[in-house]
Design a protein around this ligand. Sequence first.
Ligand code: BG6
Length: 519
Amino acid sequence: MQQAKQFTLVLFGATGDLAHRKLFPSLFRLWKSNLIEDFLILATGRSQADRAAFLEYLREYVEEASTEHEAWASFEKCIEFFQLDAKNEQSFHQMASALESLEEDRNLSGNRLFYLSVSPGLFGSITENLASSGMLKRDSNHQDAPWSRLVVEKPFGHDLESAKKLDDHLSRFVEETQVYRIDHYLGKETVQNLVAFRFANGMIEPLWNSHHIASVQITVAETLGVGDRADYYESAGALRDMMQNHMMQLLALTAMEPPLSLSPKDIRNEKVRVLRSIKIPTSPKEVAQSTVQGQYGPGVVDGVKVPGYRDEEGVDSNSTTPTFISTRVELDNWRWTGVPFYLRHGKRLPSRVSEIRVRFRTPPMHLFHASECSPSCPNVLRIRIQPEEGIRLSVGAKRPGPGMNIDSVDLEFNYSDSFGVDLPESYERLLLDAIMGDPTLFIRQDEVEASWVWADAVLKGLEEQPVPNFPNYTAGSTGPEDAGSIFVPLSSPRASEPEDAWGSFNGDSGSDQNHGAPS
Ligand code: BG6
């Protein structure tokens, strides 16, 4: 693996939650693994007075700072701090000269990665001030000129219009090729493995279409509630927070055509074609028939009593923000017409699980008696993104003894057994790629817009429904009761599949409705 050298990472929002939970630990691990060298992290924030205070703050919040004390002490030498008022242009000019002399002291050549881990309201002014102070430069065609890149955290807009506005604004200062829109799901090993699994195995791809696949379910279930992010979440809700971005990306990778190559352009071209093929609901009635939303009330999760969404700190006591959404999506393209894609996401569900379940059609006639599922066992492929990362394929096998009874058994691959390594944190991969200038795992603007076209139509349809009767599911349950009518139960091959090592999110019943979408 190549080493990334000679760069400065300027971090906006360095005292935020993401910085100490993910970004600093990831940078530390990259540094320990010798994947980055000769660099400077310039942390910026309003709330810490100086470098010493900031380092003290990091030591308090980053676990590795105490568990790996010595290494951390050495890593700290790469960190500087600048107290910045992000809305004040003058402050950026001061930072520009500070940055220049820091880079000079360290013999750095001026390659800069600006990471915007701040509220979206600040994206515009930060970029403008970075450009006017001369820190952020538009890509020139000079090969030897230092590079500038902008990493932008989600959300990319609140709807299609604001996403376009944000992009128009960014394009006043940088080229599209300089913008790295992060979706941390793309940094997950298992999400990348989805592409490998599909296209590296000759036996999978011929079956990967409507002739052989009956339905696809994509679930991202969380046990967590809204935490201390009520401010953001109240205006976002489940669809904007998870579905418009992470789940649309999972859908795109699951359904895309084989790319011509693994180049960023070819992969992103294929993803955007999927997103553009999503059937857009044209009436509130259509949305009502394909979507169920919910909000959690008080309940018990992992044996702990938790408050309802409306009782969370910072949440309006009459809030109608959904914390759960399940929806049926159809793709209007050659490969997938007629195959329902069920997407489901919620907070405060019984277990944390992200997975894609692909259910194959059953054989044309039932020769055997199926013992544990009826009338026959469909093959189901489960691609587990987290936790217990791996892949499981259920197949029918003869039960030993007299007669010809078929039970479902599993063929299984599991990351930890097969590779025996801890999977890297998704931000490690994404940070390294952004520093190396590889945009493959970042979202292009046309993908953002195509996802918003769908999300806006669903949101509009939901707005036109009667005010929802929230809360409509208990924290720790599997979601609103009527979600089942949309999210067709996908037969677990073993109808009585226990809450097993896969931490099964068991909304499943034993039904075998191959074409299962209710209309
Ligand atoms: C974030 C959402 O993008 O992803 C959060 O804003 C959500 O609401 C989180 O909890 C889930 O990420 P992961 O990696 O824990 O599944």
